[in-house]
Design a protein around this ligand. Structure first.
Ligand SMILES: *Cc1c(COP(=O)(O)O)cnc(C)c1O
Length: 459
């Protein structure tokens, strides 16, 4: 019996067991995510309209609600082989330290130079850009992981890469910037004077530390005003979530190999792509009535789009140049407190994750930054891996759930996504170590400002 097999510390798949297709969970959703709307006409975006901004094949993936599987092109699978499969680790040491009967597993996506799961989609997006014969791509980056991943992917396919980096990260994370430049990317702090939208934002908010929403507007403007360029995005979009399903498919294959059935699956939620990618195959089983799992999205209390946001059509960016998406959102004008470390700062959430949440197929909790770093430290000291602050949101809730099992004596199986390493986050760790980290939770009044800027859409 598979169940009696000794579970190794790390479950790796054979090369032949790696996924050859991405899974599109929308195909199994009864309530499909709402369509992207043209901000001027409020009509669903047509492929031709989106193709000015995004690569053609990615637009098809973006708009496809019905095809359950997409083949992963051989070139992308070859690149995946350089750093995948990622290990599914049994956290024996953490279980022991917590003295819990729970069985804890984590899928570790930090074993590549970019340091996170983002490379899974970066390489796919660079591939389709190259295939279309483009010169290059533009993008935004917040904490820097996406820009780093995209730089690596673009250098692999010999594409030009222009990155608008949120100003506070640009200043706090000079090493991230240098990694990107080493891979050949051009990095500009955002908001910048290089774009019209950047100048407008600077005029309205002098001295702003920037936000992902601002950086997106600048990157889109750059792409749409330069021949042979398209814009690519590191999360939120359905195409990105699709590429990230490689995480969930590998996780599921590794668990199945040892006959392990998880009770709960936990992931951190920034724009929702890593969480969506991790949970998709499991949610698919839920949707088809084949199995049931508890699924928990964890977000920062400082940027609580699922737990305190509104489910509404909103702009994806501050400059209001992108299509409208229906999502759980804090409003595109919401700028999280700069004292919040690292990623997970986006005002909205993937429309797929939003719809699944609205349909109660997953739960969401928000956690405060200091408690997240406590969990990170605890994890690092026993499991060895120095986790990214974003990933540590999932660690925090996995530990909380494992401690509940200790009280009740239940032997639950917990799987969580460990999305990346924290090596570039030492400024934040330093603050934590010096006892200088604070927890800023927006007040209802703060949130009201963001909500007031939501577009009026009767859909
Ligand atoms: C970007 C990032 C996240 C957030 O991922 P989403 O898919 O946007 O939710 C989480 N962890 C790490 C390490 C990241 O780099």
């Amino acid at each position: 019996m598979a169940e009696n097999k000794k579970i190794p510390y790390k479950i790796y798949l054979e090369e032949s067991e790696m996924p050859t297709q991405w899974y599109n969970v929308r195909a199994d959703m009864k309530n499909k995510p709402a369509p992207l709307l043209n901000p001027a006409t409020l009509e669903p975006m047509k492929p031709e309209e989106l193709e000015h901004v995004f690569c053609k094949e990615l637009v098809q993936q973006e708009l496809d609600d019905t095809t359950p599987y997409f083949d992963i092109p051989q070139e992308i699978r070859d690149f995946y082989k350089m750093y995948r499969p990622s290990p599914l680790v049994r956290a024996y040491c953490l279980e022991k330290a917590l003295d819990t009967p729970a069985k804890i597993y984590y899928k570790f996506e930090g074993n590549n130079t970019s340091g996170s799961h983002k490379l899974n989609s970066a390489i796919a997006q660079a591939y389709y850009a190259k295939k279309q014969g483009l010169k290059g791509v533009t993008t935004e980056t917040g904490a820097g992981q996406w820009g780093t991943a995209l730089s690596m992917a673009c250098s692999y396919f010999d594409l030009d890469c222009r990155v608008y980096m949120v100003k506070c990260s640009y200043e706090q994370k000079p090493f991230r910037r240098e990694v990107m430049r080493t891979y050949g990317a051009q990095v500009t702090p955002s908001p910048s004077e290089t774009t019209a939208v950047g100048r407008k934002i600077l005029e309205a908010h002098p001295g702003t530390t920037g936000s992902l929403g601002c950086a997106i507007s600048e990157a889109v403007e750059d792409a749409t005003t330069h021949e042979g360029y398209r814009y690519v995005l590191g999360s939120v979009l359905s195409q990105v979530l699709l590429h990230q399903t490689v995480i969930g498919l590998e996780t599921k294959a590794a668990l199945d190999k040892y006959g392990i059935k998880p009770d709960m699956i936990i992931g951190c939620a920034g724009g929702g792509s890593n969480l969506g990618g991790l949970i998709s195959p499991f949610v698919g089983e839920k949707l088809r009535g084949e199995a049931d799992y508890r699924i928990i999205a964890v977000e920062p209390a400082s940027c609580p789009s699922l737990t305190r946001g509104k489910y509404a059509y909103d702009f994806c960016d501050t400059g209001m140049v992108c299509p409208l998406a229906k999502m759980y959102t804090l409003g595109s004008g919401f700028i999280p407190s700069p004292n919040h470390a690292g990623g997970l700062r986006y005002h909205g959430m993937s429309s797929i994750v939003s719809q699944l949440y609205d349909d109660k197929l997953l739960e969401a909790v928000s956690v405060e930054q200091t408690s997240v770093f406590e969990a990170a430290e605890r994890f690092a000291r026993v499991e060895g891996i120095l986790p990214a602050p974003e990933s540590s949101h999932a660690i925090k809730v996995a530990i909380d759930e494992a401690l509940k099992c200790k009280e009740t004596g239940e032997e639950k199986t917990i799987v969580f996504g460990l999305t990346g390493t924290g090596y570039f986050d030492m400024v934040a760790y330093g603050k934590y170590n010096d006892g200088e980290m604070s927890d800023y939770i927006p007040t209802d009044e703060d949130l009201a400002v963001g909500f007031a800027g939501l577009p009026k859409v009767d859909k």
